[in-house]
Design a protein around this ligand. Sequence first.
Ligand code: ATP
Ligand code: MG
Length: 742
Amino acid sequence: MLKQIEISGFKSFAKKTTLSFDTPITAIVGPNGSGKSNVVESIRFVLGEQSMKSLRGKGGSDLIWKGSKLLPAGSKARVAITFDNADRKFAFSSSAGASADLSFDEIMLAREVTATGSDYYINGTGVRLKDINELLGSVNIGASGHHIISQGEADRLLTASSKDRRGMIEDALGLKVYQIRIRDSERKLEKTTANLKEVQALRRELAPHLSFLGKQVEKIQKTEELRKEFGELFNQYAALESGSIVFANGQLDAEEKKIRTELASIPEMQASERDSKHDQSRNNAFAELRSAEEYQSKLSHEREDLSRAIGRIEGKLDALSVVHETKSVTSVPAESVQSICTDIISAIDSAAASDSLSDVRSTLSSMRHKVSAFTESLSGQQEEFVDQSQVRKGIEEERSALEARLTEIDTAIVSARGAVAAVREKLSVIERNLREEERNAYAGAARRATLEGMVRECALRRENIERRKFVFAEAMREAQALLGTVIISRKEDAPQADTPESSAEREALYRRVERIKIKLEDAGAASGSEVIKEFEDTKTRDEFLAKEIVDIDESMASLRELIHELRDTIERSFKEGIEKINEQFSEFFKLMFGGGNAFLSIIVEHRRPKDEEEESEEGESLPFEHGIEINVSLPHKKVRDLQMLSGGERSLISIALLFAMSQVNPPPFLVLDETDAALDEANSRKYGDMLSHLSKHSKLIVVTHNRETMSRAQVLYGVTMGIEGASKLLSIKFDEAVQIAK
Ligand code: ATP
Ligand code: MG
């Protein structure tokens, strides 16, 4: 409910002036030009009037106190209107801009105008005009201002176009709030449609990239599976291969060690060394043998000499015994005999060699001489006689000495023979040893050769193992490159002896591993995780967009539904409202004119669609272009054309309609500026009756010069123009009012 209005610096109200509206009907009275209509305009102004024309100005500055001789001009016009909000009727119809807290017992709207523009406030908080409109819409105070009838506009409802009239009636029926909601929803719908198009475009843009990434990811996943298979197979292969290598290596080590140990145990002696060693001992033995044999033969010679000496001695003894028996024994020296014999032999040899007989004869003659000479020498020799026994004894002593010596030598010979035999035996042992050793050496050399062959074989085998190790390490490196660094992490494999089956299995595994490896290498080491991440991101984004589209579709559908519902509501409420208004209108009309009839009818004005799209999409809104026509039939008069009615009649019909509208949906207040001006006394009374009737539901502020109207008001404000040229307000009694009004 309207409580009060505060005007300062607005038009003729130079100073702050407050009007309270505590009673149902407040009348504002005063002489012409005192500023009554300015009060009405201040109300229009604060409620957001945009038409300068209806504020009787050209620009904002016309609204500001222009100053007088006594009072300087103002720089700002301000009007504040206060409503009671104990029942919390005020609300924002739309959520947009619902920043102001409306849970106040009072709502004060204020509008200020300066040279630069207008500012709006709700309870002191700066707001936009839109907020003011929404707020007022929620309490049936529409922007059309149908409830404020300015001076000279008593027949406003009649003069308005059928479309404007419809607007005023919608306002009066409180349908503006739905209109606002529809407009808001339509705006939202528009935005949402644009948004949808944007999102759809984004999604369309994304689609090829997503499908490309999808294919990539599929490829990566396949590769990943292949990689997994490769990893498993490779691990199997690696376990077999590595185990086999470890085993082969261990086996080879053991075998080679054995071979080398055996090889080390075979003494290695050079044949020459061996030979020289043996030659030495053999030579020593031979030398020993030679000296033993020499010694033996020396003893033999000595024995022979001794035997001969003994023989000679025995001969001597024999000769001694013969001399003794014959007692003539001539002793001739052997040398002499030998010499003569030698000469004879040589003479014979030379004679035999000679062919000449004379030579033989001379030789024979010389031989005769020589022999004769020798014989003569013998016969000339003096016999010597020696004591026979003395000689024998000496000889026999000599013989026994020689025989003793012989016995010694025989003993020595026996031992010398033993020594020789011993040395021979030693030599034969040496020879035997030598042969044995040689045999051994040959056997050793043969074994060594065999063993060396085995060592070489071991080396080959090791080489083979090393090659396998290299190949394995290479395979391992490649696998690691393909699988990433730490995918293969194996412990030392247990040694594993090869069997034909395990070898075959290993071979088969290796071939499979190689095949997969080629495929993997062909697939290339794509940075899979990045692509997958991008795919996931893109997919998430696409899903988000898809969901967004669904959401937008949903919200669009619900917006359309809302709009549809709102339109239905408006349509229904409007028709119902018109019916109700018609009831009241007819009644007021009859009351005013004492008969006849009046009613509103809805006429369809075909709106020309702005473009094709609008027609198809918003075809539904076309019926809203309906207008309202007023149909009257005055009692006893045939004239139906409103244009042809008198001023008073027009005012009466207009007032009847306004009151009917206000009756159906009472506005918080009605402002009527000399609406009664054209009425005669009788009609003024009827007008006054209707005011009293209406004031039950709405506050009425009437500007009037009419005595009858004044009499209906509980409070009268007198507006006068002081010497300062500014309006002044005073609360007055009815009689004073009548006085002032005059
Ligand atoms: P009537 O009974 O004839 O309708 P009224 O009381 O309604 O008279 P208004 O129309 O309210 O009179 O007041 C008009 C007066 O206000 C004029 O005299 C005009 O000079 C004065 N006025 C209008 N605008 C301004 C302004 N900006 N500054 C000063 N005075 C102004
Ligand atoms: Mg006036």
